[in-house]
Ligand binder design. Structure first.
Ligand SMILES: [Zn+2]
Length: 250
């Protein structure tokens, strides 16, 4: 027997028919809570796809408001949302898509104890920020709390995705990938980005999050998936754990 309603069975039927999902998996997704940090180019498709796939609860965190220059790629926001907070705009878009969804919208920057509490309440965290300070803090707190972290980045024509999971002894962390922020602090405002790139990378993040929540084995823990949109090339690199990493070693 299932607790899913007839409506839910129909809505999620194309997913439930996959042997890796089935009714149990869909129920697991509906019982899951994802924390999405950043509702820009990456966070937009992340929030929309997680909502569509039936993740039960989303906490959306962003302190910015929607601007005209965002609309070229941040597809959760409408022209009519200019001037609204990004989280209010994304909450509206995701709930219009799926009324089952519970959304908790946080329109200020989360740091320290507040960020720690938000991570503790979530089953998975998706890093969709363009800010290295936040990325390091998220990495450290997720590692301490054994909460899986799906990390994505996109700039110009290139993007990358990976997953860090402290529950897996072999998993590296964000600091293994970037020991320090030197030279790595690129953002779209200064470097530009082609519109669909953030959709491709954010969608990969949503897919990895669903796989981690379902407990599927072949996820990106220990790998960095890199996409070059100009050459249309995907490459998957091994991402080793750094022996003396201050966050994840020992
Ligand atoms: Zn590490």
């Amino acid at each position: 027997m299932t607790d899913l309603t007839d409506n839910q069975l129909l809505r999620y039927s194309r997913q439930i028919m996959l042997p890796q999902v089935e009714i149990d998996g869909q129920e697991r997704l509906l019982a899951s809570h994802a924390l999405v940090i950043g509702l820009g180019g990456l966070g937009s498709p992340i929030a929309l796809y997680l909502a569509a796939a039936g993740i039960g609860k989303l906490t959306l965190v962003d302190h910015d408001v929607v601007e005209l220059s965002n609309l070229q790629r941040q597809i959760a926001h409408q022209q009519s949302s200019i001037g609204e907070t990004k989280v209010a705009s994304a909450a509206k878009a995701t709930q219009a898509l799926n009324a089952d969804l519970v959304v908790n919208a946080v329109a200020h920057k989360l740091t320290g104890a507040e960020l720690e509490a938000a991570i503790a309440a979530a089953d998975i965290v998706l890093d969709a920020t363009d800010n290295f300070e936040t990325r390091y803090e998220l990495n450290q707190l997720c590692w301490q709390q054994h909460t899986p972290l799906v990390s994505g980045a996109a700039i110009r024509w290139e993007g990358q995705v990976t997953v860090f999971d402290a529950r897996n002894a072999n998993s590296p962390c964000y600091q293994c990938l970037y020991a320090s922020a030197d030279g790595a602090a690129l953002n779209c405002a200064e470097n530009g980005v082609i519109a669909p790139l953030v959709g491709i990378i954010g969608t990969c993040q949503a897919l990895e999050a669903i796989k981690v929540l379902l407990g599927l084995e072949h996820n990106l823990v220990g790998y960095l998936l890199h996409f070059d949109g100009l050459r249309m090339e995907w490459n998957k690199f091994k991402l080793p754990k750094v022996a003396n990493c201050p966050t994840c070693s020992g």
